[in-house]
Design a protein around this ligand. Structure first.
Ligand code: PLP
Length: 301
């Protein structure tokens, strides 16, 4: 018998703690067949969950927006997340918790009210949305005007979801063109977000981030709090591609890596092709906040 490698990750499904490699959902689960699922991702850094309550609150809001209902209370979910990370022993982890519509109670039924909604959670070693060398040099983003972000009145981007059709098409275009990642515009030509991150621009010392068509990222929120604490004005507003191309600096925000310098969009180069000064300060502050006991909760290993 092979030894279980818990450090590869652990999952909680139907009351059991199992290795992540053994966690799976049935092929008839609507989470799989219809992307009828919501989820959230919090990180563990140096053995502590960062801002766990913010993530749990966003998840509860997503459940409500998607009309999903699971047995677990917020306390139950918190306990499960602690259990999986403790079981894995990981001190730096990517921790995903999910609610799926589940399987129809009567086979073949097509009424979303008649499905067995269920909760599960899993963790793996910390996932960087951008590799560390790309973060150091600055991210190069591709904007493909032919692939727009799905309309927010069709799929609500504020309920974290698996509808990645637009992102995946745009990611292929970005990778084919030699870029690190993609950033999608909405139908009006305003910036929205990328697969797994929000976007900010800085112009004349003022920070701007798109107001609509985006997930309200927890890291976006933390970045805005850091700006406020440092007297930097933030405006949550429409940001056109043209405005972005005039920016002094750009950065992305994500649980998978924090505040990330962006140095190129298509053939436009920002801040001398290196991480911008304000961005670098915000990034340092973000990591310093991880030492603030008010922001973190130690995993019960
Ligand atoms: N936008 C999308 C579509 C995402 O999936 C994510 C996170 O995965 C983000 C933005 C960033 O949100 P957060 O800072 O909460 O990780």
């Amino acid at each position: 018998m092979n030894e279980i490698n818990w450090e590869a990750g652990a999952a909680w499904m139907k009351g059991e703690l199992i290795p992540v490699s053994q966690a799976s959902v049935p092929v008839t689960d609507w989470g799989l067949t219809h992307s009828d699922i919501t989820y959230d991702v919090v990180h563990v850094w140096d053995g502590k969950f960062f801002r766990l309550d913010d993530y749990l609150l966003r998840f509860e809001n997503s459940l409500r927006k998607c009309r999903l209902s699971v047995e677990q209370s917020r306390q139950d979910m918190r306990h499960i997340l602690h259990q999986i990370v403790a079981r894995s022993g990981l001190r730096y982890a990517y921790v995903s918790f999910v609610a799926s519509r589940g399987q129809p109670l009567v086979a073949g039924c097509r009424d979303p009210r008649e499905c067995a909604n269920h909760f599960y959670a899993w963790c793996v070693p910390f996932v960087w949305v951008f590799t560390e060398d790309v973060i150091e040099r600055g991210v190069r983003l591709h904007v493909d005007e032919q692939v727009r972000r799905i309309e927010q009145h069709a799929v609500d981007p504020t309920a974290k979801n698996y509808h990645w059709g637009d992102f995946t098409r745009a990611l292929f275009a970005a990778k084919d063109a030699g870029f690190d990642n993609t950033l999608l515009l909405d139908e009006r030509g305003n910036l929205t977000e990328g697969p797994g991150f929000n976007i900010f621009i800085i112009q004349d010392g003022i920070v701007y981030t798109p107001r609509s068509g985006v997930l309200e990222g927890i890291t976006r929120q933390v970045a805005m709090e850091i700006c406020a604490a440092n007297g930097v004005t933030v405006q949550v507003t429409d940001v056109s591609l043209d405005q972005a191309l005039q920016a002094d600096e750009l950065f992305a925000t994500t649980t998978g890596g924090g505040i990330i310098p962006v140095t190129r969009i298509n053939n436009h180069v920002f801040s001398n092709d290196a991480p911008g000064e304000i961005t670098s300060r915000l990034r340092d502050s973000y990591w310093q906040l991880h030492n603030d006991p008010a922001m973190s909760e130690a995993v019960c290993y």
